[in-house]
Design a protein around this ligand. Structure first.
Ligand code: B1M
Length: 214
């Protein structure tokens, strides 16, 4: 039964059926299916299939976007359940997809999971410029900057942000975590990030560790 429901969510995302995704996500919650399973085995699993189809040119950008919108509609249903936590935040996080990059599905999942783990999250969205990250450290003193990149071209903006923080004398004031499909531990080390996470769950663990709350 649970498997059928999760498969139905996948199909609805792949078909870009927003209303269907919302309905099925709500029904899955009512059936008591674990939120993490709805996310991983329903919504994210479907985007992986969509990604594979995009890669081999069997679908194109409009179809991908329609599926992404449907997936976001499902995530919006789950978000309040992720956000239930205590009073004391684990830490303040500024998150964004770096300059030149418009991909936000993975970043939104990381953002949502961080909120769910009781971090206060300020999500700057996509195509976030160096000045915006540096300004945030200067004005709001977050504990953690979290940068996402999905393009081999845009991932280098992460280094630019870190260098700009060094040049402004702010590097030591904040921890930095990076992630996204083309990013690796080696790359993170080479640009001087404090942490790397391959997926959203690991990102939460790493964020806790970097904020001294393991
Ligand atoms: Co784009 N795209 N895309 N795309 N797209 C990729 C990334 C690509 C791999 C597809 C391919 O190979 N053919 C390729 C990049 C190649 C490369 O650089 N090596 C690519 C390209 C080339 C492009 C365009 C240039 C295409 C074009 O216009 N010709 C263009 C670029 C636009 C731009 O950004 N300037 C483009 C556009 C788009 C859409 C707008 C159509 C759409 C984005 C919609 C949106 O995000 N709102 C899109 C999509 C959806 C994809 C694919 C199909 C799926 C990405 C995704 O959402 N995956 C992708 C192919 C693929 O991955 N198979 C592709 C699901 C998501 C849950 O996973 O984002 O990896 P992911 O996030 C994971 C982890 O990476 C990690 O946790 C998440 C959850 O576990 N993670 C972090 C992510 N951020 C993290 C941060 C952390 C820690 C972990 O700490 C801070």
């Amino acid at each position: 039964m649970n498997e059928e429901m999760l498969e139905a969510i996948q199909n609805a995302v792949m078909e870009g059926d927003r209303d269907g995704v919302v309905k099925l996500t709500k029904s899955s919650l009512e059936e008591g299916i674990e939120i993490k399973r709805i996310l991983d085995e329903g919504l994210v699993a479907a985007m992986e299939v969509v990604g594979g189809r995009f890669k081999c040119n069997s679908i194109f950008i409009p179809e991908v976007l329609i599926s992404a919108k449907a997936m976001h509609a499902g995530m919006a249903v789950l978000e309040p359940y992720f956000a239930k936590c205590g009073i004391e935040p684990m830490g303040n996080v500024v998150i964004g997809t770096v300059k030149g990059d418009l991909h936000d599905i993975g970043k939104n999942i990381v953002s949502m999971m961080l909120k769910g783990a009781c971090f206060k999250v300020n999500d700057f969205g996509i195509d976030v410029g160096i000045e915006k990250f540096v300004g945030a450290v200067k004005n709001d003193s977050p504990d953690l900057i979290a940068m996402s990149a999905l393009l081999t071209t845009s991932m280098h903006s992460m280094r630019d942000v870190i260098n700009a923080l060094k040049d402004s004398g702010l590097r030591d004031k904040v921890k930095i975590i990076v992630g996204g499909a083309p990013v690796t531990q080696d790359f993170a080390d080479s640009i001087g990030a404090d942490g790397y996470a391959k997926d959203a769950l690991t990102a939460v663990d790493k964020a806790k560790e970097l904020c001294g709350k393991p």
